[in-house]
Design a protein around this ligand. Sequence first.
Ligand code: FES
Length: 358
Amino acid sequence: MADNKKMSVAEILAAARAGGGKSGAAPKPAPVAAPEAEGDAGSEPAAPVAAAAKPAAAKPAPKGDGSRPSVADILALARAKKGEGEAAPAAKPAAAKPVAAEKPAAKPSAKPAAAVAKGGPKTGVQRDTASILAAARAGAKPGPVSKADAPARPAPKPKPAVEKAAEPVRAAPPMPVKPAKPAAKKADDEDRRGFLQIALGSFMAMGFTALSVTGGLFTLGLARYLFPNVLAEPPSRFKVGFKDGFPSGKVETKFVAQYGVWVVNGEFSGQQQIYALKTVCTHLGCTPSWLEAEQKFKCPCHGSGFYKDGINFEGPAPRPLERYAIRTADDGQLEVDKSRAFQEELGQWADPDSFVTV
Ligand code: FES
């Protein structure tokens, strides 16, 4: 059969033509089928060839009726002729085997994936995991394995330093240098910050100071309200000096501001006396003024006038001025006592405590 396959079409046609001359003797298909059957016993793939030969043998061969044979008939005839001449070598299993050996060789190309997937018998090309692992342990190349079974890739070897050193070193471009901030600006910022801090501190200090002052004033006002002022009046008794310090007819006015008293050396009821007149107008309490030129006391409020001895003579004043008690103290000085007053209309000026004789 291997020889039959190797026949070219021209050989087949030549054989057919040669056989055509002997058309009277129809070729027997049996001799052809026998070797095929022997081949089939040895291997399964030979079956198609036998099947292909059988139809030719089953078909009735042309009997030389003059009709043109078909291609199948020609092929069957050629094979029959060939079989007759080469019956001995074709019957050898060695000649049929190659066909059987070639057939399985073509199959693995289509079956490996399915066979591996189904866990079926492994072919020579496709190996199972055990064989791959065994080959890997033996150091052989495992062949195609799954990604999961693949061994970890060895870490890439670091490049030798020499290679790096050999590489041309690119000089880094010079970085633009930032201009340094002027120190004056920094100093100005610090000064401004310090000034703001000082100003804020000053404002706070001023606020607290104002609050403290206000609180103090409020406390003082409250204390003053709770404890009213006490008039610091001069003592009721005070010394005005010696008698010779008051000449006759003289009105001393230097004690008016401090003590509210005129010390007069004058004549009253035909007697020269030194007495102390109260500086309060008997009209409504104003303070009259001594008019040296007019020798009288004149009240500026309503015009009341008083003589040097204190007798009222003009204006609305209803009565004379009053006198304070006066005496000669132990040291010889005249001492005025304002705690005691003497009124002329009451006859009190006759009291010796109301004057000092000269
Ligand atoms: Fe002196 Fe009126 S108070 S005249």
